[in-house]
Design a protein around this ligand. Structure first.
Ligand SMILES: Nc1nc2c(ncn2[C@@H]2O[C@H](COP(=O)(O)OP(=O)(O)OP(=O)(O)O)[C@@H](O)[C@H]2O)c(=O)[nH]1
Ligand SMILES: [Mg+2]
Length: 452
């Protein structure tokens, strides 16, 4: 493989920038660009050591910096790697990169270092995907889940089930090939037990996907209700700032107001929407249309009612829109005399009775959202499906295992069962990357940034 280089830090001004070189000529190239102040040659430096020195492009001095040396296979990519840290200016960093290219390195493609780590057996595909997730993590939960994945939580789970399937396949083929030997007979019960174990494992992984998605992407939360019930006041309380305009004029919020807040390490993507009512105002009508869209697509809906008033026709119109949604009914203005009959909201579960103007309102709503999503008991250490590709592999594996189970039940021959189990195994090998096509691999690493 060629020797590649890229800037590993963002294209922005900072204290330090890093240019990374990986491949068999990494030390030769670094030697041409970097001269250690000690007078020692880069080629003599041991792995995991650093040197301070001068960075040049031919005769032109560019900067002073630090060189880190990693010798194959003990590096991120598994190849010889050098990292040159220079001052974090955009121009100087680009010049250091150009000097490395002039010295013989090729510019790295997006994700090329991690792709090489995968190709050199340093990481499974799911671990490589977790590296991208760590970079894009926006909340503590996502970060800790991605770290578990990078440490191989899902890869281990996939390997365990693949090994089990391989064991069953071996037993089936031994029995077919040498029926006269004293190979244990593959009975219907023996097969069913193992197929059920595989089915349960796949179903378990798939059932955790939704929670994983929420932790990964955050929760979208639409705040809806008729005008003047206090939606924008709730929004501001959750954000801890005056983001939305609050007034006692009905129809104050017309355009959707969006912002993000973190609850227990999960990003909550809030949309404060226009109040639901019949209106002849063209702009407000559009606001109501957008509100309906947000309501439809939200992971969770805060349906706000004014507790100081009886339920109106507009409140009741909202009811039908909330069907089949994950709803938290919020009865606001608890500081005023209650006129709303809470039992009328019983279809949506226990309402939160709050005053959006009170200090603890954000905590109460945040906790209610968190427990409603049931994300708290999500165990990332056990491994979970972090993206659509991984989910699709497990879905297909589950289908094949169910097909194999049906074949056993219908009295099909063991080789028919074996074919379906092989399909399931292929899906698991695609998941871990042991048998993924070049297109799949390229697709994954294309989404990485250059330098990672
Ligand atoms: N007493 C009392 N008044 C509140 C409470 N929450 C909001 N209000 C008042 O209710 C009025 C409407 O509040 P908003 O937050 O603007 O209501 P909204 O639902 O966003 O209204 P629209 O944007 O018009 O749909 C304002 O005068 C708020 O100060 C509360 O808990 N108690
Ligand atoms: Mg409002």
């Amino acid at each position: 493989m060629s020797t590649v280089c890229a800037i590993a830090t963002p294209a922005a001004v900072g204290g330090i920038s890093v240019v990374r070189i990986s491949g068999e000529n990494a030390f030769d190239i670094a030697q041409r660009v970097f001269k250690p102040a000690s007078g020692k040659s880069v080629l003599e430096m041991a792995g995991y050591t650093a040197a301070y020195g001068k960075i040049s492009d031919g005769e032109e001095r560019l900067d002073d910096g630090v060189l880190l040396v990693f010798r194959a296979p003990c590096s991120y990519t598994g190849e010889d790697v050098c990292e040159i840290s220079c001052h974090g200016g955009i121009y100087v960093t680009r010049r250091v990169l150009t000097a490395c290219i002039k010295a013989g390195a090729e510019p790295a493609a997006a994700g090329e270092f991690t792709k090489r780590a995968f190709l050199n057996g340093k990481l499974s595909l799911t671990q490589a995907e977790a590296v991208a997730d760590i970079i894009s993590a926006q909340g503590g939960q996502m970060l800790s889940c991605s770290n578990s994945q990078r440490e191989g939580a899902l890869a281990r789970r996939a390997d365990k089930i693949s090994d089990m399937i391989i064991g069953v396949l071996a037993q089936i083929s031994a029995w077919i090939d040498y029926p006269e030997d004293d190979t244990p007979v593959v009975t219907k019960e023996w097969l069913s037990e193992r197929l059920s174990a595989a089915e349960n494992e796949f179903s378990d992984l798939l059932s955790g996907y939704e929670k994983g998605r929420i932790i990964r992407d955050g929760i979208s939360c639409a705040i809806v209700g008729k005008p003047n019930v206090g939606k924008s006041t709730v929004m501001n309380a959750l954000l801890g700032t005056r983001r939305s305009i609050v007034s006692d004029i009905e129809g104050t919020t017309r355009d959707v107001v969006e912002d993000t807040v973190n609850i227990n390490g999960i990003p909550l993507l809030l949309s404060d929407c226009a109040g639901l009512r019949e209106t002849s105002d063209e702009v407000e009508k559009i606001g109501v249309e957008i509100m309906l869209e947000r309501l439809e697509n939200a992971d969770i809906v805060l349906a706000v009612f004014d507790g100081s008033r009886e339920l109106s026709g507009e409140d009741k119109r909202l009811f039908s829109l909330l069907e089949n949604k994950r709803v938290i009914p919020v009865v606001n203005k608890s500081d005023l005399e209650r006129r709303l009959d809470i039992s009328e909201l019983s279809a949506f579960g226990e309402p939160l009775v709050i005053s959006a103007k009170s200090e603890n309102c954000a905590d109460v709503i945040g906790q209610a959202i968190y427990s409603r999503l049931d994300a708290g008991n999500f165990s990332a250490n056990a491994g979970f499906l972090a993206n659509e590709r991984q989910r699709s592999c497990v879905l297909r594996a589950l289908e094949s295992v169910r097909g194999a189970k049906e074949a056993v039940e219908s009295g099909f021959t063991p080789d028919a069962v074996g074919v379906m189990l092989e399909q399931a195994l292929d899906c698991m090998l695609e998941l871990s990357g042991k048998k993924a096509s070049e297109e799949v691999i390229n697709e994954i690493f294309k989404k990485f940034c250059v330098g990672k």
